[in-house]
Write a new protein. Sequence first.
Length: 307
Amino acid sequence: MTKFAPVLILIVAGAAWGATQPLAKIAVSDGYRPLGIVFWQLSIGAAALGLVCALRGTPLRFERRDITLYIIIALIGTVLPGIASYSAAVHLPAGVLSILLSSVPMLAFPIALAMRHETFRWRRIAGLSLGFCGISLLIVPDASLPEGTATAWVFVALIASFCYALEGNVVTKTGTHGQDPVQVLFGASLVGALISLPLAVITGQFVNPLAQWGAPDTAILASSLLHAGAYTAYVWLVGHAGPVFAVQISYLVTLFGVTWAMLFLGESYSPYFWAALAIMLAGLALVQPRPKAALVPSRAGGHIEPT
């Protein structure tokens, strides 16, 4: 393996993860509702990650504490943020969704302070402040969002970021009970699919892709597979290049998300948007975790600490 392999894998994984935001926009373009999308996202992800676990010889464990962990990660790592993000995706440009996703590490810091497994650091407070400034640039100027878009949807999208930030802190506190991140995500995806299926059916949001396969169905399939592949690549990077190197994927996910939205969805943005992007990336740089505490991101920006 060449010395450039980690860099190449980092870029490819960042590009893949960044594509999930524009794909989310496509997934909701034909009237699909959040719970129906979440169910298939989890089911496809569980199948892909289950194959990875089988090839690695790392089967799931089903002790009580493991099942409890799967349920927690499923709820605050996919089901609840999925409802929020897919609801917001109907109204917000994919580029804005990508910027808001970079707020996860910023929101994770005050939660970590409240849970007492982080110490007060002015550098990270400065990053948090920049994050709020970036969000303000998106919602205050009239030119930042498409005409007629209610700014309330920005805060709906931020619910997803808050859930991901909470997820990382909860897992940091509880640990993964000796399982690696891919195992945990596989178990959470499996449990999440079992939770979201009856909810989707009861609320009339179930999606039947066999009825008429279209672009939204392709987007759901592609997003699920890209996420599973990028996540597996990221775990590999943590093991071979270290968490400090691998966590730089946060920048690439945001930048690629914006780029793909411009190239494939034809989105264009105001100067306020670009200023918000620059400020959010600067804030992200300031709140990056310490070398020994670098976290492994899970679904769309959530975090699971490696064991």
